[in-house]
Design a protein around this ligand. Structure first.
Ligand code: GTP
Ligand code: MG
Length: 149
């Protein structure tokens, strides 16, 4: 079963969108396995976005992600990585389709309110980066039989 790392970025927290964003994934039918409010260090932000090191916007990106609390989430489910990316929408919120989180709630790439892992391997890597094993909960939702045959 796939796992993805979803994070409400500092702008999403400051704008009071945490509940709205969690609700999108809950309603879809994925399983929450980790959740915390967290102020991340520069080192962690740089490790998380290491593939973007060298991009002109990298320093601004690190300032943005470390500028306030973020909400870290681990979600589990068949196909959750790709589906979460669809729910989130395009990187540039002006290009993101209405109905997606960024398409409905944001206007600029540098303030796009939420992160989602881009592959199952990165989902595992990022959950390992942001959570301790003891913070992850393995449980069976009561509605499981009503979500999948
Ligand atoms: P994440 O889910 O946050 O990883 O976004 P993404 O996968 O849609 O985009 P990508 O991984 O390519 O970039 C990571 C983040 O860097 C984006 O979500 C933006 O916050 C930021 N970013 C990407 N491109 C730009 C840019 O051209 N300008 C600025 N200011 N920020 C950018
Ligand atoms: Mg990305």
């Amino acid at each position: 079963v796939d796992q993805t790392y979803i994070m409400v970025k500092p702008d999403g927290v400051q704008r009071g969108l945490v509940g709205e964003i969690i609700t999108r994934f809950e309603k879809k039918g994925f399983k929450l396995t980790g959740l915390k409010l967290f102020k991340c260090s520069k080192d962690l932000a740089e490790e998380h976005y290491k593939d973007l090191k060298g991009k002109s916007f990298f320093p601004k990106l690190i300032d943005y992600i470390t500028s306030g609390p973020v909400v870290c989430m681990a979600w589990e489910g068949v196909g959750v990585v790709a589906s979460a990316r669809k729910l989130i929408g395009s990187t540039d919120p002006l290009q993101a389709e209405p109905g997606t989180i960024r398409g409905d709630l944001a206007v600029q790439t540098g303030r796009n309110i939420v992160h989602g892992s881009d592959s199952p391997d990165n989902g595992k890597r990022e959950i390992g980066l942001w959570f301790n094993e003891a913070e992850l909960v393995h449980w069976t939702p009561a509605q499981a039989a009503w979500l999948r045959e």
